[in-house]
Design a protein around this ligand. Structure first.
Ligand SMILES: Nc1ncnc2c1ncn2[C@@H]1O[C@H](COP(=O)(O)OP(=O)(O)OP(=O)(O)O)[C@@H](O)[C@H]1O
Length: 232
């Protein structure tokens, strides 16, 4: 579904990805793991067109990925950034409506009602401003907004960062529901247990390259790999 072939990218003079290759398969969850600074977020930003691909190629469903972020989203990829990026001065409803109006389509699968069914808490907070939400509620809103873009692939950067264990479990269960419903996902996550229990496939990134590929069961069983590449 999504293919990165020897992709290089970075910030100004700093090259961060050095020929990174990976594949995310249709209907599966791919977890990208690695230490801080390995290049995981940079990989996601490059996929989304927020950073230009300097070398190599990205393909989505066999076609060259568009270069503008707007066109990447239009092609069917929604991105939930680490910073969540909700509009703090708009209400929950307005945050959702903007996403639906900009990227939704008539007869689309995901509607306001459906994301509120998934996250009832958001239904209770519809009139609250983005800035009034807890971290967990902001994450729910960021995911709901992504879904309203009706993606074929949902990309999440550290969805559990800074959240209390009970909210981490809630987010886990919701993402599991989405996975069971057949949604393809790419997940960057520091929480090893969270990532390996959701994922079907795992890649480990170090210094801007993929250094290990395998199944969640294989990496859970391999303390050497965990120690060497994740510092677990
Ligand atoms: N805006 C930026 N300008 C310059 N360098 C950056 C920028 N953002 C990240 N970097 C550098 O790129 C490298 C990879 O960062 P990246 O955010 O992709 O790491 P990561 O694997 O996602 O880790 P983390 O969990 O810390 O986010 C790091 O060395 C980082 O300092």
């Amino acid at each position: 579904m999504l293919d990165l072939n020897a992709v290089s990218s970075g910030y100004g003079e700093t090259q961060v990805l050095h020929g990174l290759s990976l594949r995310a398969e249709q209907g599966r969850v791919l977890a990208i793991l690695g230490r801080n600074g390995a290049g995981k977020s940079t990989t996601l930003k490059t996929i989304m067109g927020l950073l230009p691909t300097r070398d190599g190629a990205i393909r989505f469903d066999g076609r060259a990925m568009p270069t503008r972020p707007f066109d990447v989203v239009k092609s069917g990829i929604a991105y939930v950034p680490e910073t969540r990026d909700i509009f703090p001065s708009l209400t929950v409803r307005e945050n959702l409506e903007i996403a639906a109006a900009r990227f939704g389509s008539k007869g689309a699968d995901w509607t306001l009602d459906r994301v509120v069914d998934l996250f009832p808490r958001l239904g209770e907070r519809m009139k609250n401003g983005g800035a009034e939400l807890s971290g967990g509620e902001q994450q729910m809103l960021a995911i709901a907004r992504g879904l309203l873009m009706n993606p074929r692939l949902l990309i999440l950067d550290e969805p559990t960062e800074g959240l209390a264990p009970i909210i981490v479990k809630l987010i886990h269960d919701k993402l599991m529901d989405l996975k069971r419903a057949g949604l393809s996902m790419v997940l960057v996550e520091q929480n090893f247990g969270f990532a390996t229990s959701l994922a079907d496939d795992v890649v480990v990134v170090s210094k801007g390259q993929v250094v290990w590929t395998g199944s969640p069961a294989a990496i859970r069983a391999d303390e050497d790999v965990q120690h060497r590449w994740l510092g677990v």
